[in-house]
Design a binder for this molecule. Structure first.
Ligand SMILES: *Cc1c(COP(=O)(O)O)cnc(C)c1O
Length: 224
């Protein structure tokens, strides 16, 4: 009941907006995902390819699976046949591998470019300038089995709400600007994936179209 009520509370809080809710189920056992599924949730996000593939096998087939964490190139093959969206494209090398695996399974794989907006060294992604350069180059036209659907970002892990808002605003400005621009043929600026449990409300106010919420749905994660 707790999971169901949590999902309901988030939807009520965000009822004035249109967005997609990704239930971030990393480390959570199958029963808890099933509980969210029974409450009507159909989009789940995981940050490890093999865990994602195992859960895909165990759960109903109408679930949309999103890869949200740093993805190693040698793991792409585990999710390529079915993944609905990879949020975490953080290098051209990874995009090449996704394209290669997409060819193998004859699918165009939807992806977001992860943009580095946090004031932290550890967060993966392209910086704003690199994204602009990429959009003005021909490079992405080489990928026949990849479709770029937008951008993803993670704010700095901080209590400072203004800083979080500024970082989200920065990526939204880039997102909005690219929307008005001529883009490579396999690129479309449709989705902006920003916002997690602590900051989804701010993210939605700053233009998010996809929020990735774990703890606020499932409670604290157990990493043991
Ligand atoms: C874990 C994770 C989330 C969800 O975090 P919560 O704070 O539990 O909502 C969102 N996005 C990414 C990339 C994550 O790794």
């Amino acid at each position: 009941m707790v999971i169901k009520n949590n999902i309901k509370a988030i939807k009520e809080e965000l009822s004035a907006f249109s967005y997609k809710l990704v239930a971030v189920s990393k480390t959570q056992p199958i029963e808890r995902l099933q509980e969210a599924y029974d409450a009507g949730q159909r989009i789940f996000g995981e940050n490890k390819a093999q865990e994602l593939a195992l859960k895909y096998k165990a759960l109903p087939k109408d679930i949309e699976w999103h890869m949200i964490g740093h993805l190693q190139t040698n793991k792409v093959k585990y999710i390529a046949p079915f993944v609905a969206l990879i949020h975490s494209i953080d290098s051209i090398k990874l995009l090449e591998e996704v394209d290669k695996q997409g060819k193998k399974v004859n699918r165009k794989i939807s992806c977001l470019l992860q943009v580095h907006i946090a004031k932290e060294e550890t967060k993966f992604g392209f910086d704003l300038k690199e994204v602009k350069e990429l959009m003005n180059s021909q490079e992405l036209n080489n990928f026949s089995h990849v479709e770029i659907k937008g951008l993803m970002g993670m704010a700095t892990f901080t209590e400072n709400q203004e800083q979080i808002r500024n970082e989200f605003s920065l990526i939204n400005q880039l997102f909005q600007k690219l929307k008005t621009q001529k883009l490579p043929t396999n690129v479309e600026m449709k989705e902006l994936s920003i916002g997690m449990s602590a900051d989804y409300k701010i993210a939605i106010e700053e233009g998010s179209t996809i929020v990735r919420v774990g703890t606020a749905i499932f409670g604290a994660r157990n990493y043991n």
